[in-house]
Ligand binder design. Structure first.
Ligand code: F3S
Length: 393
């Protein structure tokens, strides 16, 4: 891979040991993927920051980087961590976990990474622009950024996004190249309801059927952010998909594309795949993190009624603050539901929080809760989730 003189100096350690380590990683990846060179990125989003994923080894690695004076050279943000940094006790997180997690977040702050702690940074002022090269972890945000904003990012791992943050560059391969962004499959969708759950199921199904596809959807009429973020998360969960297109905005030729037909029956089968819970311990919503509009919708369904079981809603602190300014958060709190920030049900230590069965409206949450945390899961749309939490279904 071609390196400029300055890049070689970074590699040789002229700009410190941390930058050299990060550069070594980026060069190795570039060589594996036969990248021609490195390109500058305008932002990085670092995922995998929960102590649940990183453990002691990860904490040590990040400490080491900070000791070696690692600093983010470009605007960089953080994905959710393992707990609400303020209300972790209410979540049932242990003292030890909380102490380790807080230490980790402090280390990222020392590197100059903004503690957004959300998987939807694009909802709170960190949306990339069309054509910008970025290095983002968090697969749902990657799909959303490539597809909705027209930015260019591969599905970075936490460590490669961090290396890009430190160096300010990424290898030129994959989604950064135009030829890897055009559609490969035409997906005709019939009878899709305008609900995040249905978009989530559609994404999950297409990811399963064609894990390496770049789908062009025909028949999805909604340009609603909630539905598109649910679709992005679903696509990224069951496959390696990093971009999709819609007939609404794609004007290119569709000849030669592989065809997939999705009918309501197939979507129903996804719902049936996640239907093992009759009486959930908890109703969890916010995968990806909820927008202000979604919190408002929950408040509208609750109508001040008291929840009969745990209803936990996950969002970013910035969205929560907005919800507080508008009085939406107070309405939700009055019903006994809880809004947690900085974290989500998948990256928090649900096992030690005593939650064994969950109802959710997200295929991504359902998939990972079942496969990683061995939690029983069922899916329902947002309205039904709230009604179940009220004991009214
Ligand atoms: Fe976000 Fe956690 Fe889901 S990071 S996309 S809420 S698994």
């Amino acid at each position: 891979m071609f390196l400029t003189k300055d890049e070689e100096r970074v590699l040789d350690g002229d700009f410190g040991e941390a930058a050299a380590t990060a550069m070594r990683l980026l060069v190795s990846i570039g060589e594996v993927f036969e990248a021609e060179k490195l390109i500058p990125v305008s932002s990085c989003h670092v995922s995998g920051v929960s102590y649940k994923n990183l453990g002691e080894a990860g904490l040590k690695l990040i400490e080491d980087l900070v000791e070696k004076e690692a600093v983010a050279r470009v605007r960089s943000t953080l994905n959710p961590c393992g707990m609400d940094l303020r209300r972790w006790r209410e979540m049932g997180v242990s003292e030890n976990f909380a102490q380790r997690q807080s230490a980790l977040i402090d280390l990222f702050r020392k590197m100059g990474i903004v503690d957004t702690l959300t998987c939807t940074p694009y909802l709170i002022g960190y949306a990339p622009k069309r054509g910008e090269h970025i290095a983002w972890g968090e697969s749902s945000a990657v799909v959303f950024s490539n597809s909705v904003f027209g930015a260019k990012t591969n599905r970075e791992a936490g460590i490669t996004a961090l290396a890009s943050a430190i160096v300010g560059k990424t290898p030129l391969y994959g989604a950064h190249l135009e030829e890897n962004r055009t559609p490969t499959h035409l997906v005709r969708v019939e009878g899709l309801e305008r609900k995040p759950l249905h978009f989530s199921c559609l994404g999950y199904l297409v990811g399963k059927l064609a894990p390496d596809a770049r789908p062009l959807f025909d028949g999805i009429r909604s340009g609603d952010t909630s539905c598109l973020k649910a679709l992005s998360a679903g696509l990224a969960t069951s496959g390696g998909i990093y971009i999709f297109h819609s007939r609404k905005w794609y004007l290119g030729d569709t000849k030669g594309l592989e065809r997939i037909e999705i009918t309501p029956r197939e979507l129903k089968e996804v719902l049936e795949e996640f239907s093992s819970v009759e009486e959930p311990d908890a109703v969890l919503m916010g995968c990806p993190h909820l927008s202000l509009e979604e919190l408002q919708q929950v408040a509208n369904v609750l109508k001040g009624r008291k929840v009969a079981k745990k209803l936990w809603l996950f969002t970013s602190r910035a969205v929560l603050e907005e919800a507080e300014r508008k009085g939406v958060a107070q309405l939700i709190a009055k019903s006994g539901a809880k809004i947690f920030c900085d974290t989500c049900m998948v990256v928090s230590p649900v096992e030690e929080m005593g939650i064994r069965s969950v109802l959710t409206n997200s295929c991504k949450a359902a998939h990972y809760l079942r496969s990683l945390a061995k939690v029983e899961v069922s899916l329902a749309d947002a309205f039904r989730c709230v009604e179940v939490s009220l004991g009214e279904w």
